[in-house]
Design a protein around this ligand. Sequence first.
Ligand SMILES: NC(=O)c1ccc[n+]([C@@H]2O[C@H](COP(=O)([O-])OP(=O)(O)OC[C@H]3O[C@@H](n4cnc5c(N)ncnc54)[C@H](O)[C@@H]3O)[C@@H](O)[C@H]2O)c1
Length: 351
Amino acid sequence: MLIRVGIVGVGNCASALVQGIEMYKRNPEIEPAVAFKDIGGYTPRDIVFASAFEIDARKVGLDLAEAIFQPPNNATEVYKPPKLGVVVRPGPVLDGVPAGGLVPKVVEGTVEDVVKELNSTNTHVLVNYLPTGAQKAAEAYAEAALRAGVAFVNAMPASIATSGYWQRRFQERGVPLLGDDTQNQIGATVFHKTIIRLLALRGVKIRDTYQINVGGTPDFVNLMYRKGDKEKTKTAAVKMMAEGQEFDAYISPVAYIHFLGDRKIAHTLVEAEIFGGLTIRIEATLDVHDAWNSAAVVTDSVRLAKLAMDRGIGGPLISASAWGFKNPPVHMSPEDAYKAVLEFIEGKRDR
Ligand SMILES: NC(=O)c1ccc[n+]([C@@H]2O[C@H](COP(=O)([O-])OP(=O)(O)OC[C@H]3O[C@@H](n4cnc5c(N)ncnc54)[C@H](O)[C@@H]3O)[C@@H](O)[C@H]2O)c1
């Protein structure tokens, strides 16, 4: 069985996901680098792209395989897929337009257009890659997914999976909801969380910590104007790993540096206190291809969403969201979330 995936926002993350899935499909000898090879019978090669939505006039109307390489996208090109037969359609704009003049000409559609497209393309799971700050636009697409009975994976920081209102609506409609804000395969957040968790488990007192990120993607241009949500989801994720400890945390995307291209560099510092009040200091730097770093987790998430649909489970998926997202309805350490997802896949827990 195939999983028919729709995409909202054909930017860098969409580019990495489409390139990667299509590359693995046409090269069966390459093992996909994902945490879960098989999720209820679904492998990454069972994902097909069914629909796509944009507002940038340079992308709307093109085949998805061509739209992913239009400016301002600058995700590294690893694989050029053939045309996929998926035409990028316009969607509701609202607060979606990224800041910093990234989209010079906007094309607009309605929620009703999105519902019709989701229905006519038989989309099963809709992945939301809107720019940070687009809360109203994210809600418009969540509404469209609900009306069409399509699972919703909220890959960006808008509050959808963590909102009581949306949790209730997806629950009532019997449609799975995952989010919020993808936690990259080996991104700054999961890396930082793991360090803090280890220190907390070893009885170390955390004094303060920072994580400052710089990057050269359009996402970083937008974040320079609208980073509030991102700072919130990242800080909450890290602080939750040392429950009961009070410490200062400064976590922020601090600069767009054009020559970094699709790279993001995260500098992390932790200052803490061990037995006897002595100080330890940990400094780490992570240098990644940002959009590519989100694709594995989304590949897992759409398969977990489809498995829930097959089982008739609607509403927020607790284990899958804790594994794949920075700001899930319930926070878990990376190893607890991994175990919970395995239990979900094996049918030992229902969400
Ligand atoms: N590793 C990562 O890059 C990563 C990790 C976690 C979360 N995220 C989040 O995922 C989101 C997408 O990241 P990206 O790097 O692909 O960003 P991007 O800026 O490259 O892509 C966003 C796309 O959405 C389009 N868009 C804007 N408003 C729209 C609307 N109303 N309807 C349809 N399309 C619209 C833009 O034109 C653009 O093509 C961001 O919010 C980012 O913070 C990214």
